[in-house]
Design a binder for this molecule. Sequence first.
Ligand code: ADP
Length: 484
Amino acid sequence: MKFSSPQRRATTPKSSIAWRWMINTLSVVGVLLIVANVGIYYFTRQFYYGSAENYVLSEANATATILSRLYEDLAVNYSSEIREVIESFDKKDQMEMMSVNSSGEVTLSSSGFSPDSSYYMPDYEAALKSDDGVGVFIGMDGGENILAVTVMIAQPSSNYSALRFVTSLSVIDGQLGTITLTALVISAGVILLVVMTGLYFVKSICVPLVEISTTAQKLAKGDFSERIAIKNNDEIGALSRAFNDMADELENSETIKNDFISSVSHELRTPLTAIKGWSETLALGYDEATFAKGMKVITRETDRLESMVEELLDFSRIQNGKFTLQMANVDILAELDDALLIYYDKAGKENKTISYNEPQFICVVYGDKNRLRQVFINVIDNAMKYTDAGGSIEIIAQRTDEQIQITVSDTGCGIAPSDLPKVKAKFYKANSTRRGSGIGLAVADEIIFMHGGSLDIQSELNVGTTVTITLPLMQKKERNDNEQ
Ligand code: ADP
C-alpha cells in the first residue's frame, strides 16, 4: 500500500488575508472617499456660483430700477441717460455691463468694446422667453467659465431693449480647484493611513499564523521540539497557547507510545524466553521432576502471555468502541472472593499478607461478572506487584442502601503526587521497575465507568496505595424485574 502525504494547498498572494483585507477595505474606503469628494465639489460649486449669481442679479435689478425711475423723469433724455449709466458703471473691475438692442445685438458695453453681432447670448434668449424678463447663463465662453445675466428694460427703445451683465468665473473656478485638490490630497492621505495601519494590523495576525502553520508542518513530520512564542494575550495568543498545549500532548503521547512499545516488547520477551529455554531443555531429554518443573513454568508463562494479549485486545476494543458487557445480576462479593482466591497462595509464597473480612451481606450488582472479576484481579495484582515482601494488602467491602464500596489498600511503594493524576491514563507507567503494560488501570477504570461506578486512587509515596471501587447496587424491584 502506498501512503502519500496530504497535498498542502499553497497560499497564493491573492488568497492571502492581507490581500483580501486590502481589496475589501480599500473598496469601501475608496467608494466613501469618492462620494465625499464629489459631494464637496458639488456643494462648494453650488455655493460659490449661487453667491456670484445673486450678486450679479441684485446689481442687474438695481440698475433696471434706476432706469425705470429715469424713464419716469420726462425732463431727462432717456437714451443718453442709459448710455451715461453704462459708461460710468462703477463695478467694471468685477463685471461688464452691456446694452442689447431689439435685434439682440450688443449696442454698448462698459468695457468700451462691443462684441460682433453674431455673439451668442443664451441668457438674452432666456430673458426674452421668461415672464419676469430675467435670463441667466453659466457656461463656457471664450475659453473660460462666465456668468451672464440679462434683464429686459421695462420701457425699451429700439437701441436699448435689455441690459446684460457678464462676469468671469475664473477666480471662483480657481478657488474650487484649490478646494478639490486639497480634498483629493486629504483622501490620498486617508488611503495611505488606512493601508499602513491595516497592513500593520494584518501583519500582526498573519505572521503568527504562518509561524503556527510552519510549526504544524514540523509536527506532522514528527519534530515535536518547536513551540510558538506567545507575544500577545489576544486570540492569536490563545491559539498559540492551545497549539503549544497540543504539541505538548502529542510529544507526551509519542513518548508514552514509545515507552509502551518497549515495555510491551519487554513483557512479551520475558515469558517467551522462559518458554523457549524450557522447551529447548526438555527437548534434550529430561527426568520426571525436570519435566514437571519445566511444564509448570511453560504453563505459567503462557498464562501470563495470554492475559497480557487479552488485556491488549480489551484495550483495543475500548479504543474502537467495540467493548461490550454481558449484563446480568451479579453477586459482586462472590466475584471478589474468586479473584482473591488466586492471590492467597501467591501472597504466602511472597511473604505478603492479604486480609479480608468477608461481610455477611449479599450485594447484587447489575453487570458483567467476568469483567468485574477482571477489575478486582487487576487491582489486587497491582497491590501485590507494587508491595515488597513483608508488606500487607487489606481489602474492605462496605455497603450503603444504594452502592457497594470495595477498597484495596497496600503498604507498597506508593505513587508520586505528580504521577497520581496520570496512572489511569492509557500506557502510563509510573514505575518501570515492575512488569506491566500500563493499560491495566485504564481498562479497569473503563469497565467500572461502563457499570455506572467509579474507580478512585489515593496514594502516598513509600507509604502505600488505596484503590476504591464504587458500584451502584441493584434495587430489589429492579432485581425482580430482571429476573422475570
Ligand atoms: P501496569 O501494568 O504498569 O501495572 P496499570 O495501568 O495497572 O499498569 O498501572 C499504571 C501505573 O500505576 C503502574 O505503572 C504503577 O506505577 C501505578 N500503580 C498502580 N497500582 C499501584 C499500586 N497499588 N501501588 C503503586 N503503584 C501503582
